[in-house]
Design a binder for this molecule. Structure first.
Ligand SMILES: Cc1cc2nc3c(=O)[nH]c(=O)nc-3n(C[C@H](O)[C@H](O)[C@H](O)COP(=O)(O)O)c2cc1C
Length: 386
């Protein structure tokens, strides 16, 4: 059945991601905002992501023939309405109750991809139902082969078209704010955190309405009645972040859909992905949350896209905060882009309207850039790179 085209309508009080971020900060408890907003260590990589991408400049051609601009983008056999999607984010329900469901629904209605994280607060099955089998799934690597195989089978049964395996969390990032807030994997509720909750009534009311967030996809593998310390231990034992070729090969053999690795940060790893038969890579540094001494993503993107762009689908995330950033990334060689925080700021700021608003905002901004520079199709963006 042909999907109805979603109307683009934005809330005029929040016409930028910065506005949404500011509102989110007012509306959710400090420990939740800082978990979302922060990078790692001294936040150097976080700031480089957002500043270096903005050094990319585009050339407008005002006198060229223009017959209209379309954001439609073909990726892995599906034509999306825009060249951006929603990156996987863990613990989403902590930042705003029901947020994975809100974002998945908005992504489905706008015909853009939503990626569910293994450690988000909704299940593969629920998100697949909301998106009619269109959402992608991101896998944290389980220690036990049986858990890995079971999760992969569930993703297949839920008709996920794309499985994303994560490469850039061999260890959890060192995040001083989360340490100070007592927010670990999983979150701890200290008296200080509870006081912060009391100051944010709409967050607290919604949390009461939807219940305490839980790792819904992992429920079948978790013993019942774990206290927080035991839950932390369970997570450590259940997942091993460090990926290698031996771990990727059986997944490639098992998974019949498209397979993507997220967290590629250099040419050598990109080449490995091609040799292993991957379908795509997301050049990413996890939004600056893992290696403070690393490069911003736009730099390796340029090198990787130039060298391997004709052999594998090259996508990018980290540091994008609006339509012009999406345009800069596409002009620098990415075929598709993802954003993490921007969408979560939107939902934290506006609740159930937040997904629709943020996608509409990004579509409006990107359409404006395309018309301004005289770019008719997304694939032509590199012609506008200065
Ligand atoms: C709060 C938060 C939680 C995240 N959790 C995950 C996760 O569970 N799995 C994953 O693959 N990436 C995770 N990421 C990384 C995002 O998928 C994405 O790479 C990053 O947010 C992109 O940078 P941006 O926020 O600047 O757009 C997380 C990012 C944030 C901000």
């Amino acid at each position: 059945m042909q999907q109805k085209k979603k109307e683009i309508k934005i809330n005029t009080k929040y016409p930028s991601v910065t506005d949404l971020r500011n509102r989110a900060k007012e509306r959710i408890p400090k420990f939740a905002f800082e978990y979302l907003d922060g990078g790692c260590n001294e936040d150097v990589n976080l700031h480089k992501n957002t500043s270096e991408i903005r050094e990319v400049e585009l050339l407008p051609y005002y006198l060229s023939k223009h017959t209209g601009s379309s954001m439609k983008t073909e990726l892995f056999g599906h034509t999306y309405d825009a060249p951006f999607g929603i990156a996987p984010v863990g613990l989403q329900g902590l930042m705003w109750p029901n947020s994975p469901e809100i974002l998945a629904k908005a992504a489905f209605e706008h015909n853009i991809p939503f990626i569910l994280s293994t450690v988000s607060t909704s299940s593969i099955e629920r998100i697949s139902e909301i998106t009619e089998g269109k959402s992608w799934f991101q896998l944290y690597h389980p220690t036990e082969d049986s858990v890995r195989d079971d999760i992969i089978k569930r993703a297949e049964a839920a008709e996920c078209p794309v499985l994303v395996i994560l490469a850039d969390v061999p260890t959890f990032g060192f995040r001083p704010r989360d340490i100070r807030n007592g927010l670990a994997m999983p979150p701890k509720m200290s008296v200080k955190n509870i006081l912060q909750v009391l100051g944010k009534p709409s967050w607290a009311m919604n949390t009461l309405k939807y219940g305490q967030p839980n790792f819904e996809t992992l429920r079948p593998y978790m013993p019942k009645g774990l206290d927080l310390a035991q839950l932390g231990k369970f997570m450590d034992q259940t997942f091993t972040g460090r990926l290698n070729e031996e771990k990727i090969k059986p997944i490639r053999d098992m998974w019949k859909g498209k397979l993507v690795i997220k967290g590629v940060a250099n040419e050598a790893d990109a080449e490995r992905c091609i040799k292993l038969g991957l379908d795509g890579i997301i050049v990413s540094n996890h939004g600056g949350r893992q290696l403070d001494a690393g490069e911003s993503t736009i730099k390796p993107l340029v090198r990787i896209a130039e060298k391997y762009g004709n052999q594998i689908k090259v996508m990018m995330d980290s540091g994008l905060r609006g339509g012009p950033d999406i345009a800069r990334t596409l002009a620098s060689g990415a075929e598709f882009t993802f954003l993490g925080r921007s969408f979560m700021y939107g939902v934290a700021a506006l609740g159930k309207e937040g997904g629709d608003h943020t996608i509409s905002l990004l579509k409006t901004e990107l359409q404006q850039v395309m018309e301004q520079v005289c770019c008719e199709e997304v694939k032509d963006f590199p012609n506008h790179l200065l």
